[in-house]
Structure formats: structure tokens, C-alpha cells
Design a protein around this ligand. Structure first.
Ligand code: FES
Length: 153
């Protein structure tokens, strides 16, 4: 999801580059999957350009997306007791961090949406999850990542 604070850090990290606009736009798109409209005034102020110039740049290059990518898969993570007892709370934090999003949001790269569920009936194989309704048992951050890669784009 768009994070203004992180975005302004990304802008600052690239300010020293010559012709910083394109590297900044690429970095923002890489991090968030698209260039949020708020990035335009942010970049314009930082580089002393007009908003129209920055906007022109975003719209000229067709590889910049101006809308968040829609999620390709649906990831549901179980937040109920048996999974919690197996460390799901910490695990979910790591998964969300890797995906660059929060609950009810889509991963930064558009790979999946993330929703909580409360018991999948897989308690003896906790922590559990679903990807596109396929059950995943004894998940780790790595196994989720692998399952999403396998599910493909
Ligand atoms: Fe997670 Fe039952 S508590 S599957």
C-alpha cells in the first residue's frame, strides 16, 4: 500500500542523481507497484520542478502505472487460537512485511490480497493459510512466498 513517509524517503534517497525524476519514479513503482498521484507534488517540490513537468513524465512513459495493481491471488491467514499458539502472530508480521502491505490490502507487487480468517479446521497443522482456497499447512514466511511464486502471475 502507498506509504507517504516511505515514499518521501525514496525521493530523498535519489535526489542526488542527475535527472532524478525517472530513477525516483522507477523506485516508487518498484516499491509500491504504481506511482500514487501524491508522488507528483512530492517530486515536484523536492526537485524544484512544476507539477505539470513531473506529471508529464509519469504519463509519457507507459511503464509507469497510476493505479495500484489488482491482486492476482487471494491469501488468507488464520488468526485464531491454535495458529496463534504456533506463532502465527509473529509469522504474519513477517509475511506482511515481505509483501509490503497490511491486512485487507494487496501486496506491493500485486501478487495477492491478504485477509484474516478465523480457523480453517487445520488446527493440528497450524499455522495454516489458504491461497486461492488451497489449504497450506505449517506455513512459514518462505513457504508462503514459494506458494505464491508457484501460483504464478
Ligand atoms: Fe488456525 Fe484452526 S486455529 S486452523
Amino acid at each position: 500500500a502507498w506509504d507517504a513517509e516511505r515514499a518521501s524517503e525514496i525521493v530523498s534517497e535519489h535526489l542526488h542523481l542527475e535527472g532524478a525524476t525517472l530513477p525516483i519514479l522507477h523506485a516508487l513503482q518498484e516499491r509500491f507497484g504504481y506511482v500514487h498521484e501524491d508522488a507528483v507534488p512530492m517530486i515536484a517540490d523536492a526537485l524544484n520542478m512544476s507539477r505539470a513537468e513531473v506529471f508529464g513524465c509519469v504519463s509519457f512513459y507507459h511503464d509507469f502505472k497510476r493505479q495500484p495493481p489488482s491482486a492476482r491471488h487471494e491469501l488468507k491467514l488464520c488468526r485464531a487460537e491454535a495458529c496463534q499458539a504456533m506463532g502465527s502472530t509473529k509469522l504474519h508480521r513477517e509475511v506482511l512485511e515481505r509483501l509490503g502491505c497490511d491486512w485487507h490490502e494487496s501486496a506491493a507487487d500485486g501478487s495477492c490480497s491478504v485477509e484474516p480468517v478465523y480457523c480453517l479446521g487445520l488446527c493440528s497443522n497450524a499455522p495454516a493459510a489458504l491461497i486461492d482456497n488451497e489449504p497450506l499447512a505449517r506455513i512459514t514466511a518462505d513457504s508462503i512466498q514459494a506458494a505464491l511464486a508457484e501460483a504464478g502471475r
